[in-house]
Design a protein around this ligand. Structure first.
Ligand SMILES: [Zn+2]
Ligand SMILES: [Zn+2]
Length: 438
């Protein structure tokens, strides 16, 4: 995913937040977590570098899943493998209390790593019929190490919280379908429906930073592909033809009134037609014209309203011309991740208490796409947050030289493991403990 703008949007923006749970002593808990992670860090570092050097593409994460399953069993979780193909579910029961989900992704990307790190990936795999390099250049390996670190800390501190942990490792975030596969494999029927869920993503901001935002975090992104079907003929005799170019032109103008007149004026929504294909010469009316575009929104009702308006406008334009019905395809892309407001504020207050100025409250949603939204839409109130992974010294050097800082999906993306994993594991542990106070 491209999360750069998501986290960049939040840099420097901070605001007050609601109180943490009254019973939760964040400072004491953070000190406890720090003690445990200090002792555990060498193992987490080794796990991270091992996973990083052995990345696997979506739905082939067999080695990675087995590795995590082994780690979680060693901590004391009941582990089930192959949930939704390569997914892992790890359960830890600790008395009466809520069922809380913590999710990591398992998959890497089909690209070559160029960081030059000693533990850099040289792995190759077959992908769509050809051999490709594989690299954890979205940082899902950081998420896995943080996930295991949080599990270790939570179990070590089990006297300070009550309830059941449901740690899940999800396949195929980059190639899509992972959460759907796990849910179709009866994730919630077999293991229970979580009262709430947490997930995190690493970005290129300085390691040690945590960012959070209530409400909408990313946008819905859908594509449209429309063909207007006319009847070709001579340019000098339009009455003997049905002109699809005119239909396309009318549609491009009229569809903007769906945005300006039908959508709530205060709600975010965009329709852009980015490609027109049709015709071959100025004196020939072609048979058809094809338009392609993108549709963006945050709210589900806006998304549906824009799609309805696009279909209606296209049908009306064709009807006006006396033409056959147009072929309208609206291809659903990623759905916005929407954080639960109360859970995000409650967790953000804990982050502020734990990390001070390093806890940054984002004010604007980003352009990222992320399939964690599938779990939110399945009815799990959630808090998805960001952690920085950049080496502060390298960020300062890049800024001084006016250079771009490598971000997710760049072959140079190289999070600094120590502070990044410690921060991810600490933030996740505190977020979970906060909602599981006895
Ligand atoms: Zn990604
Ligand atoms: Zn990612």
């Amino acid at each position: 995913m491209n999360i750069r703008s998501l986290w960049l949007a939040g840099i420097g923006l901070m605001a007050g937040a609601g109180p943490a749970s009254a019973a939760f002593d964040v400072t004491a808990a953070k000190a406890g977590v720090a003690r445990i992670l200090e002792a555990e860090y060498p193992r987490l570092d080794a796990l991270y570098k091992d996973i990083h050097a052995h990345p696997e593409l979506g739905l082939t994460e067999v080695r990675t899943a087995a590795k995590l399953a082994g780690e979680m069993r060693a901590i004391g979780f009941e582990v089930t493998e192959s949930v939704g193909k390569t997914g892992v579910v790890a359960i830890y029961k600790n008395g009466p209390g809520p069922l809380v989900m913590v999710r990591t992704e398992l998959d890497a990307l089909p690209m070559e790593e160029k960081t030059g790190l000693p533990y850099a990936s040289t792995a190759k795999q077959m992908w769509n019929g050809k051999e490709v390099f594989v690299d954890h250049s979205c940082g899902h390996d950081i998420h896995m190490a943080s996930w295991v670190g949080a599990a270790k800390a939570l179990v070590a501190l089990k006297g300070q919280w009550r309830g059941t942990l449901m740690f899940i490792a999800q396949p195929a975030e980059e190639s899509a379908g992972g959460p759907e596969d796990m849910i179709a494999d009866k994730l919630f029927e077999r293991f229970g429906k979580p009262a709430m869920g947490f997930a995190l993503h690493v970005g290129s901001e300085p390691a040690g930073q945590v960012s959070y935002k209530p409400g909408v975090l990313t946008s819905n992104s859908d594509s449209i592909d429309i063909q207007f079907n006319g009847r070709g003929g001579h340019g000098s005799m339009p009455s003997a033809a049905i002109d699809p170019i005119l239909m396309g032109a009318r549609f491009i103008v009229d569809v903007q009134s769906v945005v300006s007149r039908e959508k709530d004026a205060g709600a975010f929504g965009v329709i852009t037609i980015g490609a027109i294909e049709g015709g071959s010469a100025g004196n020939i009316i072609p048979d058809h014209v094809r338009l392609r575009g993108t549709v963006r929104s945050y709210a589900p009702e806006v998304r549906k309203g824009l799609a309805d308006g696009i279909r209606r406008t296209a049908a009306a334009v064709a009807a006006m011309a006396g033409a056959p019905a147009p072929d309208v395809k609206i291809i659903t892309g990623s759905t916005a991740v929407v954080n639960d407001d109360a859970l995000a504020e409650r967790t953000g207050a804990v982050f502020k208490a734990a990390f001070g100025d390093n806890a940054v409250r984002d004010e604007q949603p980003g352009s990222a796409s992320e399939d964690y939204s599938v779990f939110v839409l399945a009815g799990i109130p959630s808090m998805y947050f960001g952690i920085g992974g950049g080496d502060p010294a390298k960020i300062a050097e890049a800024k001084a030289k006016g250079l771009e800082i490598p971000f997710n999906h760049s072959p140079q993306f190289a999070p600094l493991p120590g502070p990044t994993i410690r921060t991810g594991a600490t933030a996740m542990t505190l977020a979970v403990m906060n909602v599981m106070q006895p």
